[in-house]
Design a protein. Sequence first.
Length: 66
Amino acid sequence: MKTTDYMKQLNNMNAAQLAEELVSAKKELFNLRFQNATNQLQNTSRIQEVRRNIARIQTLIRAKAE
């Protein structure tokens, strides 16, 4: 998914949905790190992408809290 499409999707979510998305992204990051440690991860750039998505979600949560 392109970044702009992902950001549009996140902007349409409320705070509770963003929190759920954050939890699932953190779980995905944990699984990717685990796969990387056991040499089972094929696409290592996915780790960086998920980290950036987590930062995007956290930014939107803070912005909507104000």
